[in-house]
Design a protein around this ligand. Structure first.
Ligand SMILES: Cc1cc2nc3c(=O)[nH]c(=O)nc-3n(C[C@H](O)[C@H](O)[C@H](O)COP(=O)(O)OP(=O)(O)OC[C@H]3O[C@@H](n4cnc5c(N)ncnc54)[C@H](O)[C@@H]3O)c2cc1C
Length: 478
């Protein structure tokens, strides 16, 4: 962007515009993943819908690369880009709860922990993820897997409406009845279709839950994983638990004798009758004696933020992911081998269950395709030290390469890095074509392309351009 452009844009915004020579620039351009080091031209801290519309129009009219940042948690750093104008939504954090309608209207800059804390005040929650510092916007637009998925579905299964600034600058409401094609695409299609300024979610009665980690020594991972596989597929839907390989952190409050030990286990969340929790967890506690059992009554927002402090922003992250339907004994042997080889204390592998309520939605009812998978698996190499980058990447790639043949082929869009066009096609499988058509309708020039990009279907773009030109000729004729 030229200085003139920057001055012109700043004078039209209520929010602040940070540019490369501002002292705040280096902090402002950071995202959660420390491996990402992008230099945008300017970052606009939008204050309201008008600011977002101004930035979208300005980027389109001046042919600028446009990026949109919600919580900045994206693994591939797709909330920011070199040379881009970035729309940052972190100043837009309004949360409006309607306890009678049981809904919450959330602005696009909110983090999960902010929404959870607000809705906890009325004893309710909207299904989202398992990590408080994640952005609601990016998580929801990709799908949203979390502690409430088995009982209430994905975040998108609880999305009632979204308010969106489109590529042409129009501000529209999107729901099952208004712009229904766009509503279909937004539920899993990522940031491809516009800037979502606010989301209206359904709330559920989730207050104090019974949850937390139950861990075992890594030498027991084969039995633990087999037990988990058989148990979670048949467990009541108000019981959720993701499997993890991890290392016990080397500090309080973790027991000294376990610190820095590699472990495996499950982080549980039970939302059923608290009087029945002991009975529900009996099989989990009796099939083997856990090395650490921190599962008990806990306010839902506390469970959601339990791991935030262990994973501060700025660490190096490298992710590989897949959906999994069958977890065979053969696959478990490979998990045991690669799990035990975690290269750094923060590296991890998670398997999030997506069976239950999420699997009752048809795979073509929203953009999120893999409704028949049982788990969403993510392998994450993590460390504070940038010099470990190659070690993290190599471990995650080797692990993924070994397990990929046992997967469904596609992955959860929010668990992949920037892995190219073919991988995006695998993510959406037989929904991809429809997404490309909807993209051609709402963003024919691919203004929103800093994301897991779905290119507009070429043939339909041509028709739209011809139609638009004809309209111009018609207007001129008048
Ligand atoms: C520590 C950690 C824990 C996680 N846990 C979970 C989990 O439990 N469940 C889960 O499902 N996922 C989880 N994720 C993945 C997470 O969903 C993705 O990283 C997601 O992209 C984060 O959204 P964000 O808004 O923070 O990201 P950003 O980097 O800001 O944006 C991500 C993408 O969404 C687009 N986008 C953001 N906001 C908007 C908007 N308002 N309108 C249009 N497009 C927008 C961006 O352009 C970008 O392409 C986790 C990630 C991390 C790092």
């Amino acid at each position: 962007m030229t200085n003139d452009q920057i001055n012109q844009l700043q004078s039209s915004l209520r929010g602040k515009l940070i540019k490369a020579d501002d002292p705040e620039y280096d902090t402002a351009r950071k995202v959660y993943n420390g491996m990402i080091d992008k230099h945008p031209d300017a970052i606009a801290y939008c204050m309201d819908v008008a600011d977002v519309v101004t930035c979208v129009n300005f980027a389109r009219e001046n042919k600028l690369l446009l990026a949109v940042r919600g919580g900045g948690h994206n693994a591939g750093g797709l909330g920011i880009a070199d040379g881009a104008l970035v729309i940052d939504l972190s100043e837009m954090k309004d949360i409006n709860i309607d306890p009678v309608a049981k809904t919450v209207l959330v602005q696009g800059g909110c983090l999960l922990k902010e929404v959870d804390l607000a809705t906890h005040g009325v004893g309710m929650a909207a299904p989202s993820g398992v990590f408080g510092t994640t952005g609601v916007a990016g998580l929801t637009l990709g799908g949203g897997i979390g502690y409430l998925t088995r009982k209430y579905g994905l975040a998108i299964d609880n999305l009632l409406e979204a308010n969106v600034v489109l590529a042409d600058g129009h501000y529209v409401k999107v729901s099952a009845t208004e712009n229904p094609d766009l509503f279909w695409a937004l539920r899993g299609g990522g940031g491809n279709f516009g800037v979502v300024v606010s989301f209206l979610f359904k709330l559920h009665p989730v207050d104090t839950v019974y949850g937390g980690p139950i861990l075992f020594d890594i030498s027991e991972s084969k039995e633990v994983m087999k037990f988990y596989r058989d148990f979670i597929l048949n467990a009541p839907e108000n019981l959720n638990g993701f499997f993890a390989f991890l290392t016990v952190p080397p500090h309080d409050p973790f027991p000294k004798e376990l610190q820095l030990k590699k472990m495996c286990g499950v982080v549980w969340c039970y939302t059923g009758n608290p009087d029945e929790a002991a009975e529900v967890f009996k099989p989990v506690r009796t099939f083997k004696t856990p090395a650490l059992d921190w599962c008990g009554p806990i306010p839902f927002p506390a469970l959601q933020t339990m791991f935030d402090a262990l994973m501060p922003a700025g660490l190096q992250w490298y992710w590989k992911a897949d959906f999994v339907k069958e977890l065979s004994d053969e696959a478990i042997d490979l998990h045991v081998k690669h799990g035990a080889a975690m290269p750094t204390p923060l590296s991890t592998m998670h398997m999030y269950p997506v069976n239950g309520a999420a699997s009752r939605v048809d795979k073509n009812d929203s953009a999120w395709n893999f409704r028949d998978a049982n788990w969403s698996m993510v392998i994450a190499g993590i460390d504070p030290d940038p010099s470990k980058k190659d070690v993290l990447i190599n471990w995650a790639r080797d692990y993924w390469t070994a397990l990929h043949p046992y997967s469904e082929g596609g992955a959860y869009v929010n668990f992949i890095m920037d892995e190219g066009e073919e991988r995006v096609k695998e993510v959406y499988a037989d929904n991809f074509d429809k997404l490309a058509s909807i993209k051609a309708k709402y963003d024919p020039m691919n203004l929103f392309r800093v994301n897991q990009n779905i290119k507009p279907k070429e043939a339909e773009v041509k028709v739209r351009i011809v139609n638009a030109e004809e309209k111009e000729v018609h207007k001129e004729g008048l």
